[in-house]
Design a protein around this ligand. Structure first.
Ligand SMILES: Cc1cc2nc3c(=O)[nH]c(=O)nc-3n(C[C@H](O)[C@H](O)[C@H](O)COP(=O)(O)OP(=O)(O)OC[C@H]3O[C@@H](n4cnc5c(N)ncnc54)[C@H](O)[C@@H]3O)c2cc1C
Length: 406
């Protein structure tokens, strides 16, 4: 058994993901809560070269990094070998997996995937959910969800996803925390493979979501949910009465900024160029709003603050001059990337990668393959709309399976 140390703290979704990934490989680990004892935080800082974010993972003496680095090693097929060389027997065999037959295979475990699983489970279709290494989806990245119906006091993102998973399992869904690596929709049954399993499915529901694009700064990641966000509708109200900044220059950035003026004392739009990409009408609305200011030709180099956002360090891209802007929240609005690359050449998608569905349904261009949630929704991108289309996908697939059987 490899000697693994995982430094963590409470309410840390990436720690949970890292623990689940290691557990899925039958791997035990020593977990050290850095909040419980200040000495362990010093130990983690010393071992990791000053990394303050958790988790920090070590296999033997090798510093892996956080969950993203651990998952990247797994995706590259290197994690098993590393665990083996650190003392663990290989978790997988080299033989190709024998395919299992299933009626409905759901790829993705955000609100769309789990809602599809609840409906498909209740229709006695015994769905298999490939939850992915980033199981639970985007809501695992947030603390407070205040707009999901049925929770008058709000609910935490990980808490909501845990409840949705349990509800799906209660109706017979089998949940595997594995990524779909290959999908062949050229003939039925459809074949989908993970590293350890292969499935032949009569119907497939794609619920792989979309990922917000981030600036890629360590300080941005450290202050995520502590003033850094990619969703004004979701988080704007949490930072009421503060000055705020929005990064971006497209329609989404302007929409976010206009929405934030309900709560912010001032909103500064930080844009790399000296003109916006947004439509003329949106530009006009922003320019006429007294609470919105623009910082042109500028990029954010660092998000400032220890425990919450206190400001941003800006660099003027023309002059190179650095300056600081004092804000209490930063909204990154530089686009989303649907997680649909796996289905390129098979499923129709738009230029960005959003899956195309027949209007008013979740049917894709391939009969028997359905799409729901953020992976097919460039407009709303909310948990409740994802759950809604997840429900539609399960009903569409159940009806299609019944018709195909007649
Ligand atoms: C920080 C943050 C805060 C938010 N707050 C709110 C809020 O307060 N209220 C609200 O309504 N919305 C909020 N949202 C938006 C909301 O999270 C999304 O609209 C919603 O999660 C979309 O659900 P989904 O099921 O379509 O996809 P996601 O939640 O993105 O889930 C996609 C799933 O697909 C899986 N997956 C991807 N590729 C593969 C693969 N190849 N194989 C297997 N699995 C795969 C992933 O692991 C993941 O489980 C927030 C988003 C963010 C980022």
């Amino acid at each position: 058994m490899a000697d693994i140390t995982l430094y963590s703290k409470s309410a840390c979704p990436f720690c949970e993901r890292a623990k689940a990934l290691l557990a899925s490989k039958g791997q035990r680990f020593t977990e050290i809560d850095v909040e419980a004892d200040p000495a362990t935080l010093d130990e983690m800082l010393a071992r990791s070269g000053g990394q303050r974010t958790v988790p920090q993972i070590f296999i033997g003496e090798r510093h892996i990094g956080g969950f993203d680095e651990l998952a990247a090693l797994d995706r590259a097929g290197e994690l098993d070998a590393l665990l083996e060389s650190a003392g663990k027997q290989r978790a997988t065999t080299d033989a190709p997996p024998e395919p299992e037959r299933t009626r409905v295979l759901i790829i993705g475990s955000g609100p769309a995937g789990y809602t599809a699983a609840i409906y498909a489970g209740r229709a006695e279709l015994e769905p298999v959910v490939l939850a992915g290494l980033e199981f639970g989806g985007q809501l695992m990245l947030t603390t407070d969800v205040e707009n999901y119906p049925g929770f008058p006091e709000g609910v935490t993102g990980p808490g909501l996803m845990d409840m949705l998973q349990k509800q799906a399992e209660r109706f017979g869904a089998r949940v595997l925390c594995e990524d779909a690596l290959r999908a062949d929709f050229s003939k039925r049954p459809f074949r989908v493979e993970t590293e350890r399993h292969a499935f032949l499915a009569d119907a497939v529901i794609v619920a792989t979501g979309a990922s917000a694009k981030w600036l890629g700064l360590p300080s941005e990641q450290r202050l995520m949910n502590r003033g850094v966000s990619a969703c004004a509708t979701c988080d704007g109200a949490l930072y009421r009465d503060r000055e705020m900044a929005v990064v971006g220059g497209g329609d989404t950035a302007i929409e976010e900024a206009l929405f934030l003026t309900r709560y912010a004392t001032k909103v500064t739009i930080i844009h790399r160029r000296d003109e916006l990409r947004a439509s003329k009408i949106m530009q006009e609305r922003a320019k006429q709003n007294e609470r919105i200011e623009f910082l042109w030709d500028s990029a954010v180099d660092e998000v400032l603050g220890e425990d919450e956002v206190r400001g941003v360090r800006i660099r003027n891209l023309k002059s190179g001059a650095a300056s600081e802007l004092s804000v209490g929240a930063l909204f990154v609005a530089i686009g989303h990337q649907p997680n649909t690359a796996l289905f390129a050449e098979q499923l129709e998608m738009d230029d960005v990668g959003y899956l195309k569905v027949e209007s008013g349904t979740t049917r894709t261009n391939i009969e028997g393959v359905f799409a729901c949630g953020d992976a097919m929704d460039p407009v709303y991108r909310q948990a409740v709309t994802a759950a809604g289309t997840g429900c539609m996908a399960a009903i569409d697939s159940e009806r299609w399976l019944s018709e195909a059987a007649d």
